[in-house]
Write a protein that binds this ligand. Structure first.
Ligand SMILES: Cc1cc2nc3c(=O)[nH]c(=O)nc-3n(C[C@H](O)[C@H](O)[C@H](O)COP(=O)(O)OP(=O)(O)OC[C@H]3O[C@@H](n4cnc5c(N)ncnc54)[C@H](O)[C@@H]3O)c2cc1C
Length: 408
C-alpha cells in the first residue's frame, strides 16, 4: 500500500484525504490542533467547490446545514442598491448551488467522511526529510513516520512550505476583516442573497448560513496590525502569533465595530449587535504572489500553504477543494509517482494565480477611500449589465475540477 501523509486537517487536508480514499488510497491526516476547533465564522462554497463536493458524495450533508445564495447585491453604506446579479447557473448539466455554512459544520462533515483513526490530532509537524523515494516526518509529540508521499496542507503559515521554498512571509494587503455569525435572520435582507455594502475604506458583507443564522463580515483599512513591524521581527513564529489574533481580541470588539460602522445600513449594525464579542474573529487580509514551484520530489503543497488569497471572493477554501480533487485525479491517472505531483502542480498554478490576482484587485477597489475614486467605482459598478457581471463570475464558478483533462 502506498503511504501518504497529509499535514494539516483543514478544509484542504480533509478533502484531499476523502478524494484519495475514493480512488483506493489510505492517506493519514496529521493535524497540530488537539481538537478540530469550532471557529465562529461562515464559509461560502461557490459552484466550483460544490461540484467537487457533489462528486465526493457530500452535497446532501452540506445542504442540510447551509444557507443557499442565488443572488448577489451591492449596496452603498446606507443600503441603497448599486447593482445585483443572479448567480444561479442555467446549464442543467453543471447546475450547482452556491451556499454558505458554519465552518465547524463543514469541518464535521468532512471529518465524518473519513475513518476516525485516519486523522491524528495533536500532531504538529516539526520537520521532514526526503530519502530515496520516501519522506520521514517528525512531530512535536515525538512521533516519527516514514511515508512515500507528503502533502503540505498546513495553511498560510505552512511549515512544509517554509522548508521547501524558504520564501518571505505572506503579504498584508492593508485591511483587516472581522467575521461573525448572528443567530438571527433579518427580514430586511432578501432571502438567499449575499449582500456587500461599500463605504469609504470599509465594506460589510451579509449572507445566509443556514439553520436560521446570518453570517457577516466587515473590512476596514489599516487598523490594528502592523505587519511591517512584525516582519522586522524576522522570526516567523513571532509574526505568526501577531496575525493569529482572532482568539485574543479584547471584549469590546463589538463596540469598536459599531463605532467604526456608525451610520451604516441598520441591518448591518443589527447583525453586529446580535453577535457576542467573544465569537467575532479578526484576521488581516493576506496573500502571496504566485510561484510555479509547488513541490519537490515526493512532497507537494495544497490550499493556503501554496496559494493563500485575500478573502474578497470567498474562494480560498474553494480552491483548496479544487486542488484536492485534481491531486487525487493525477494520482489516479498517473499512478503514485512523482510525476503525478508535478502534473497536479502544473494544472493548478495558472488557475490559482489568476483567482488570487482577481481577488486582490477586487479588494483594492473595494477598499478605496478617495472620494473621486469611489464615485467612479460606484458609477462603473452600477453600469455593469447583469449578463456581463454573471459572465465575469462564471470565470471562477464554471471551473469543473472533475473534468479537467489529466495527461497519462
Ligand atoms: C476573512 C476570511 C474569509 C474567508 N472566507 C472564505 C469563504 O467564504 N470561502 C472560501 O472558500 N474561503 C474563504 N476563506 C479562505 C479559507 O479560509 C482558506 O483558504 C482555507 O481555510 C484554506 O484551507 P487549508 O486547508 O489550505 O488551510 P487551513 O484551513 O488553514 O488548514 C490548515 C491546517 O493545518 C494545520 N497545521 C498548521 N501547521 C501545522 C503543522 N506544523 N502540523 C500539523 N498541522 C498543521 C492547522 O492547524 C490547520 O488546521 C476566507 C479567509 C478569510 C481570512
Amino acid at each position: 500500500m502506498v503511504r501518504i501523509a497529509i499535514i494539516g486537517g483543514g478544509i484542504g487536508g480533509l478533502t484531499t484525504a476523502i478524494a484519495l480514499r475514493k480512488i483506493g488510497f489510505e492517506p493519514e491526516v496529521y493535524e497540530q490542533a488537539p481538537a478540530l476547533l469550532d471557529v465562529g465564522a461562515a464559509i461560502a462554497l461557490w459552484p466550483n467547490a460544490m461540484r467537487v463536493l457533489e462528486y465526493l458524495g457530500l452535497t446532501q450533508q452540506v445542504l442540510e446545514k447551509a444557507g443557499v445564495m442565488n443572488n448577489v447585491r451591492w449596496l452603498d453604506q446606507h443600503g441603497r442598491l448599486i447593482n445585483k446579479v443572479s448567480i444561479t447557473e442555467t446549464s442543467e448539466r453543471n447546475a450547482q448551488t452556491a451556499v454558505a455554512l458554519h465552518r465547524a459544520d463543514l469541518q464535521e462533515i468532512l471529518r465524518h467522511a473519513l475513518p476516525p483513526g485516519s486523522v491524528h490530532l495533536g500532531s504538529s509537524l516539526v520537520e521532514y526529510k526526503q530519502g530515496d523515494g520516501t519522506v520521514t516526518a517528525h512531530f512535536t509529540n515525538g512521533h516519527i513516520i516514514e511515508v512515500d508521499f507528503l502533502i503540505g496542507a498546513d495553511g498560510i503559515h505552512s511549515d512544509v512550505r517554509a522548508k521547501l521554498l524558504d520564501d518571505s512571509p505572506p503579504i498584508y494587503r492593508g485591511y483587516m476583516v472581522w467575521r461573525g455569525i448572528s443567530p438571527v435572520t433579518l427580514s430586511a435582507i432578501p432571502p438567499n442573497t449575499a449582500v456587500e455594502l461599500h463605504g469609504s475604506g470599509k465594506r460589510f458583507g451579509i449572507g445566509p448560513v443556514g439553520l436560521g443564522r446570518t453570517g457577516w463580515w466587515a473590512a476596514a483599512n489599516g487598523a490594528n496590525i502592523s505587519p511591517k513591524a512584525e516582519e522586522r521581527n524576522a522570526d516567523r513564529k513571532t509574526w505568526r502569533q501577531g496575525e493569529s489574533i482572532a482568539s485574543n481580541l479584547p471584549h469590546d470588539t463589538q463596540r469598536d465595530l459599531l463605532r467604526s460602522f456608525d451610520g451604516w445600513y441598520r441591518p448591518a449594525l443589527q447583525l453586529i449587535e446580535s453577535t457576542p464579542s467573544e465569537s467575532i474573529l479578526r484576521t488581516g487580509a493576506f496573500d502571496r504572489r504566485g510561484t510555479k514551484v509547488w513541490g519537490q520530489g515526493h512532497v507537494t503543497l495544497l490550499g493556503d500553504a501554496i496559494h493563500p488569497m485575500t478573502p474578497n471572493f470567498g474562494q480560498g477554501g474553494c480552491m483548496a477543494i479544487e486542488d484536492a480533487l485534481i491531486l487525487s485525479r493525477c494520482f489516479h491517472a498517473l499512478g503514485a509517482h512523482e510525476s503525478a505531483l508535478r502534473h497536479y502542480e502544473q494544472l493548478r498554478y495558472q488557475r490559482t494565480a489568476s483567482v488570487t490576482r482577481y481577488s486582490r484587485m477586487y479588494g483594492t477597489v473595494g477598499q478605496l477611500e478617495n472620494v473621486f475614486a469611489r464615485g467612479i467605482r460606484r458609477a462603473l459598478l452600477s453600469l455593469v449589465p447583469e449578463s456581463v457581471a454573471r459572465r465575469m463570475m462564471q470565470i471562477v464558478f464554471n471551473y469543473n475540477a472533475c473534468e479537467v483533462a489529466i495527461k497519462n
